[in-house]
Design a protein around this ligand. Structure first.
Ligand code: TRP
Length: 332
């Protein structure tokens, strides 16, 4: 038995990832594989809480799977799978729903935001979304969950649900903690650098997709909004430049000071081009690996079916025990 702690994280298959998803999340997932037992899921069941085009969802799920592999997730080292392939998540979801209060779900800010945004389809799945997320995590007795700030409240709910279940039925679930990476870089919009970089931004120049080609990446960086000053320093009030310095240091490994020195006396134009080139060079192997994986569907399928088998083996045991705990009759 290994002593390594268990990490679980999920990402929704809604189009290609942004540079923000990559630097802020998926790249770190790859690094965690050495130190932890990692379980990573493409959460297609979460995705259908808002309306999806089925053809696109299927394509996006495959692409997301190939993308996490292209970003360094090794399906031999980690458990990497597509959520809907492991029906244990839906099974545990029901059990946990019965230990979740209507009131606490009503307080979820993401639900309120999404309900306002999709007011014509405030479905029950959107409301109980955090319960499924709790099932994802608790089904593997994960110790740690790397999440961004927007998911903190959901993780807190998962902890409360685990504790409530444990109180009702006796100690069973591990109460998960948030995993806060040592260096967590937050990538902001290139057009409005006070806002987080988002794939749903109406302005196509605001966001870098990790599969963008070199010319596109450089063009978007050259159009990045900065300030009327001319110094390349990390300083309050220089949101645009701060964001570019953050990105540059995230992809080159250079510190902010080194970056400031490197570009002392140079103009914003030169700096923007340099950032674009550094990002493009950094992402080139990801683009290549992704293309290679997408051209070998049989291999990709082999990876995700084996991943789902491993996921089922782990979470299947947890679900069986939970069934017993709540008083269901053994089926075999
Ligand atoms: N809700 C998360 C998001 O939108 C995705 C997710 C689903 C997740 N299940 C998870 C993240 C479990 C961490 C752990 O970003």
């Amino acid at each position: 038995m290994s002593e390594k702690k268990i990490i679980f994280s999920g990402i929704q298959p809604t189009g290609t990832f942004t540079l923000g998803n990559y630097i802020g999340a998926v790249r770190n997932w790859a690094k965690l594989q050495e130190e932890y037992n990692c379980i990573y899921s493409i959460v297609d069941m979460h995705a259908i809480t808002v309306r999806q085009d089925p053809v696109k969802l299927r394509q996006h799920s495959l692409e997301a799977y190939a993308l996490i592999m292209a970003c360094g997730i090794d399906p031999e080292k980690s458990v990497a799978f597509i959520q809907s392939h492991a029906p244990t998540h839906a099974m545990l979801n029901w059990i946990l729903a019965c230990s979740t209060q209507f009131g606490e779900l009503s307080r979820m800010t993401q639900f309120k935001d999404k309900a306002a945004k999709h007011s014509d389809d405030v479905n029950a799945g959107l409301f109980t979304y955090p319960v499924l997320m709790a099932a994802d995590i608790l089904g593997y007795n994960a110790d740690l969950v790397p999440v961004g700030v927007d998911q903190k409240q959901h993780l807190e709910l998962a902890r409360n649900v685990a504790q409530r279940f444990n109180q009702k039925y006796g100690e069973f679930f591990t109460v998960p903690d948030a995993y806060i990476p040592e260096v967590g870089a937050k990538v902001m919009s290139l057009q409005e650098p006070t806002k987080k970089m988002s794939k749903s931004d109406a302005n196509p120049n605001a966001c870098i997709f990790i599969l963008d080609d070199k010319d596109t990446i450089i063009r978007k960086f050259r159009r990045a909004v900065t300030d009327s000053d001319s110094e390349i320093v990390f300083k309050e009030g220089k949101d645009g430049i701060n964001n570019l310095i953050t990105i540059y240091s995230a992809v080159t490994g250079k510190s902010f000071e080194e970056t400031e020195k490197e570009f002392a006396g140079k103009g914003y134009g030169d700096f923007k081009t340099a950032v674009g080139e550094a990002v493009s060079d950094h992402l080139a192997p990801v683009r290549e690996k992704f293309a290679q994986l997408m051209s070998d569907k049989a291999y990709l399928k082999d990876c995700y079916t084996k991943g789902a088998e491993k996921a089922m083996r782990i979470s299947g045991k947890v679900v069986s025990k939970a069934y017993r705990k709540v008083g269901f009759v053994d089926s075999h």
